[in-house]
Design a protein around this ligand. Structure first.
Ligand SMILES: C[S@@+](CC[C@H](N)C(=O)[O-])C[C@H]1O[C@@H](n2cnc3c(N)ncnc32)[C@H](O)[C@@H]1O
Ligand code: SF4
Ligand code: SF4
Length: 475
């Protein structure tokens, strides 16, 4: 059983622990030291010498003892993934391979949430076949992808879902699911056997506010699922709450649910204006000052619920200088979209972020589609698509596509990954009187940035525990 991945990057590499769901960055010396131990793993004498040399670095010494890398058996659980091309041919502006793939295996869904950004309900015409889905698992494995997050739609409505998860796990991939948690009795009984490492379940408030958006009975169904999950060992659970004016008062109630059911983190996603939410919740979207008040409330709750990790997107009130508290994606230069992670859509499209026009292959926004879709797995292998930065310019060419205000902002790449190119595109398309073009993206600003309000108040000092990051960590 593969428990660890040692993956080469353009410079250095990564050590991914499936057991902990954590990727650790290795500099060039640390990666080389682990490669030497790997190469000498069959020879006791040579291995002892390379281990001794590797242990001079405290971080590598820690990995060696935690994974028993001083033994041949320890190495049996490690998969080494070299880049297979000279490092200089790897992207200079992205990871050598996605760390995480958000894989929408269907748009079919048992619910019809008013907020749903991709309008899920019925499956799309010509969704990927089972053979194609298994082939995505294969390509992810070959590239050394750390995590696949199955999502949709509702991935658990696919009859073959347990087999898809089992296949990814057998390949040593960390498996998470984005799910509504509304399961049949049979599914609840099968939960412990699914083999899912991380459950990310949606809950949008207390019973009343949640059910108003996600459908009658969904709150109680999620409570049943959480009670079952609490009894399963070695599983991680996060709640995702989409927050806007209609339910901001219920964040505290959801935090209390987390505490009651041993849920380790609560991810608060500001409502994004796409899909069904455009018709049903448009007027509930936060304005900048609402967003600032919301972040202040999050900080109050951090103190009130110290066992729950709160995460959200732009969070300049975070006392820690960190753009991400995600254990796998770091968002060091920008949000993870197209740089550390990507989406595979139900028809094989590969793109940076689900909030973009890429989610709607049949839409009228052909220009948006061209800008935000990097390719399709029915035409090219994932390796070819990912490693060709010209296809990902909107996410990787930051000097051209980030707002100029971000480049001179002291929070950029410290606590914030910068203005969202997709929110800018949305504004450009809907608010500009001129013909839209990608070059206009840097001109429009992310409405969820509250740096100006912060400067008016001149204070970041009154705040508690960590969180942070910006962009695609919600779905
Ligand atoms: C599209 S759903 C798919 C997974 C699953 N069916 C679920 O509901 O969790 C993925 C995530 O996006 C969130 N979401 C839905 N509409 C959104 C919107 N307009 N803005 C931001 N997030 C949204 C959902 O609440 C969920 O956490
Ligand atoms: S948010 Fe999730 S559960 Fe709700 S309609 Fe969309 S895919 Fe289905
Ligand atoms: S200007 Fe706003 S979005 Fe840009 S880096 Fe600063 S805080 Fe973040």
């Amino acid at each position: 059983m593969i428990a660890y991945i040692l993956r080469e990057e353009r410079v250095g590499g990564y050590w991914m622990s499936r057991r902990e769901g954590r990727a650790t960055e290795l500099d060039a010396r640390q990666y080389a030291a682990l490669c030497h131990v790997h190469d000498s793993r069959w020879d006791d004498g040579a291995r002892a010498r390379t281990v001794e040399a590797a242990r001079r670095d405290p971080m590598v010494a820690d990995l060696v003892s935690r994974a028993a890398l001083d033994t041949t058996e320890g190495w049996a659980a490690v998969r080494h993934v070299p880049a297979e091309v000279p490092p200089e041919l790897l992207p200079a502006d992205a990871a050598a391979a996605p760390k995480r793939i958000y894989f929408e295996i269907t748009r079919r869904c048992n619910l019809r949430c008013h907020s749903c950004f991709n309008g899920s309900g019925l499956p799309m015409h010509d969704e990927l076949s089972m053979a194609e889905i298994f082939d995505v698992n294969r390509q992810a494995y070959e590239l050394g992808v750390f995590e696949i997050r199955y999502t949709g739609g509702e991935c658990t409505t696919v009859p073959e879902f347990p087999a898809i998860v089992a296949d990814a796990r057998a390949k040593g991939i960390y498996v998470s699911i984005g799910t509504n948690g509304v399961y049949s009795d049979e599914q609840l009984d099968a939960l412990p056997d699914w083999g899912v490492d991380w459950f990310i379940i949606s809950l949008d408030g207390a019973r009343e506010s949640n059910d108003a958006v996600r459908g009658k009975g969904t709150y109680d169904a999620v409570m049943r699922t959480l009670a079952r999950l609490a009894a399963i060992e070695n599983r991680r659970v996060r709640l995702n709450m989409v927050v806007a004016r209609h339910n901001v008062a219920a964040v505290e109630a959801v935090a209390a649910v987390c505490e009651r059911h041993r849920v380790d983190s609560l991810n608060l996603i500001p409502l994004r204006p796409y899909g069904r939410s455009l018709a049903r919740l448009r007027n509930d979207m936060f304005q900048q000052s609402d967003f600032y008040d919301f972040i202040r409330e999050v900080n109050r709750l951090r103190k009130a619920f110290p066992k729950v990790t709160f995460s959200t997107t732009i969070d300049l009130l975070d006392p820690e200088e960190k753009t991400s508290h995600d254990l796998i994606v770091q968002k060091k230069t920008t949000c993870a979209a197209g740089v550390e992670a990507c989406v595979v859509g139900p028809k094989g499209h590969v793109y940076g972020c689900s909030y973009s026009p890429a989610s709607f292959p049949g839409s009228m926004d052909r220009e948006g589609h061209e800008i935000f879709v990097a390719g399709n797995l029915r035409d090219d292998e994932l390796r070819t698509i990912w490693r060709d930065s010209s296809r990902w310019a909107v996410f990787r060419d930051l000097s051209r596509y980030k707002n100029s205000k971000c480049h001179s902002c002291g929070h950029y790449q410290v606590r914030c990954s910068g203005s969202c190119q997709i929110m800018s595109w949305h504004r450009l398309k809907h608010e500009s009187n001129e013909v839209a073009g990608p070059e206009g993206i840097a001109e429009f600003f992310d409405p969820y940035c509250f740096v100006d309000l912060l400067e008016e108040e001149e204070s970041t000092a009154d705040l508690g525990a960590p969180c942070g990051g910006a962009g695609m960590d919600g779905f």
